[in-house]
Design a protein around this ligand. Sequence first.
Ligand SMILES: [Zn+2]
Length: 502
Amino acid sequence: MKRIGLIQILQETNCFNPVLTVRADFENFGVGTGSEVLAQYGTVGEIGGFVEGLKQWPEAVEPVGVLRLQAWSGGPAAPSTQAWFGELLAAQLANAPPLDGLLVALHGAMMGADEPDLDGWLLEKIRSLVGPDLPVVASLDLHAYVTERMVRGASALVAYHTFPHMDQRETGMRAANVLRRILAGARPVSSLVRLPMITGGELQSTFVPPLQPIFQDLVAAEGRGAVLSAGILMTQAYLDVPQLGWTVLIVTDQQPDLGSQLAGELAARCWPIREQLVVKFLEAPACLDRALAVAGHPVVIADGADATNSGAGGDSVHLLEEMIRRRIPGGALTIMVDAPAVAHATQAGPGGAFAFAVGGKRDHVFSQPLPVTGVVQSLHPQAGYVLNGHGGTNLRIDMGRAAVVRIADVTLLLVERPGPGSTPLMYRCVGLEPKDFKVVIVKSPAGFRAEFGPFAADIILSDCPGCASSRFASLPYRRINRPLWPLDPIDDWRAVGWINPR
Ligand SMILES: [Zn+2]
C-alpha cells in the first residue's frame, strides 16, 4: 500500500506589518506532528482535502501525518521561527515511514524577516530532505507570489480557484489527484507567465465579472488532456519582492508548448481588465456620511487597509476616531486587536470606566494610539469559534481574551490576538450581533462579502492609511521591479519582459 505524507506550513505575510510572526502564533493555531496531524487536523482546510482526495484513488493508500503548522496572517516570520520550521521538518520527515509521495499545503506569500521567499525556502528544504525523486505536490492560496524556486522545489503546484476562498478542501483534493497522476507516470512541466501588475483584494471576486468568466475557463482547462493544474495567482500586494505581480501557472504532463500557450492566453485576458479592478474608495468622513444616509442597516464599511485577513495589525484608529466624533443613531460596531487595552478593561471590570489610548501599537506606522473614554460593557475569557467558509474549513480561531467597551455611539470589541476580519463570528462569539447595528466595520477587503453580503444594507470600501492599503503608492516599497502597474503606466505587458520560465 502506498504511503503519502501530509504537511501544512501556512501563513500569509504582510511585510509592511512591523509585528513579526513567531512560534507562539503558530502554537495558538495548534502544532501537529506525526499522528496528531490526522487525529487533530484531518478535516481542517487543505489537509482535510488531501485526506478526502486520497480516499478517491483507485487503490488503497495510507495518509501519513508529518507536520501541521498554521498562523494567522501577519508580519514576516522571525528568523528563529524559520529555523524552527527547518528543525521540525527534518525531525518529522526522519520519523516518518518510507513515503511514496508528499502533499504540502502552503500559502505561497509567506516571508521571513531574513528570507523574502519563505515558501520557496520550505520547498527547497523539503526537497533536500526527501531527495530529488519523491513526488511533492504543493497547494497554494490564490494570492501566492509564485517564484522559480517554488516551481523547482515542488513537482507540481496547485492553486485555489476561488476568492473569497471557498475551495481550500477542494484544492487539497485536486492536489491529491495531481499526485495520483504523477505516480501513474505523468511528468509535470510548469509554464508561468508573470504580469507586471498588482491589484487590491476589494474587487478580485472570482464569482462575479470581470474575473468570473476567466476563472470558469481556467477551471475547465484543468484536467483536460495533458493539463494537470491551472491557476491564476493574483498575488498579495504586500510583499516587497522583485517581479511582484500576477502569475498564470499551467502545469502539464510534458507539454510545455501547450502550457505556455494556455498561460499566455489567460494572461492576455487578465491584463485588459485591470482598470476594472481599481477600487473607488471613500475617506473615513465620506464613508460615515454615506452610511448614515442609507435607510436600512447594517451598513458594512470595509477597512481593507487594516485587514487582518491581509496581514495588517488590526489596530487602526482612523475609522474609530471618525465614528467617535459623530452621532450614530443605531450605533456602530467595530473590532481592534489591542492586548494592553483588554488588560485595562479587565482591570476596570464590567460597568467600570475605561480611559485608555487604544490602537496604533501593532501598526505604529500608519496609526497612533487614540485616547478614548467609555464604559466597559462586558469581559470574555476567550473569544473563539470554528471558522467554515472564506479563509478556513473547520479552523479553530482563538483571539484570546476580549472586552466590549462602549465609547459614544461606538461599541468596540477589543481582543488580544488577530483572527479573521471577514466573518460575523468575530462579533457573535462574544454575543454581539452585527445585524443589530447601523454601522459595522469589517477588517477585510473582500472576503467579508461571503457572509456579510446577504444581510448588509450597503457596503462601503474605505480609504484609510494602513499597511494593507490598496492605494499602493502609499506603501514603502523598495525592492519591487518597475515599471509595475498601477504605480507606473504600462501599455504592453509583454514589452516589460518579465519571466516566462519553463
Ligand atoms: Zn488569499
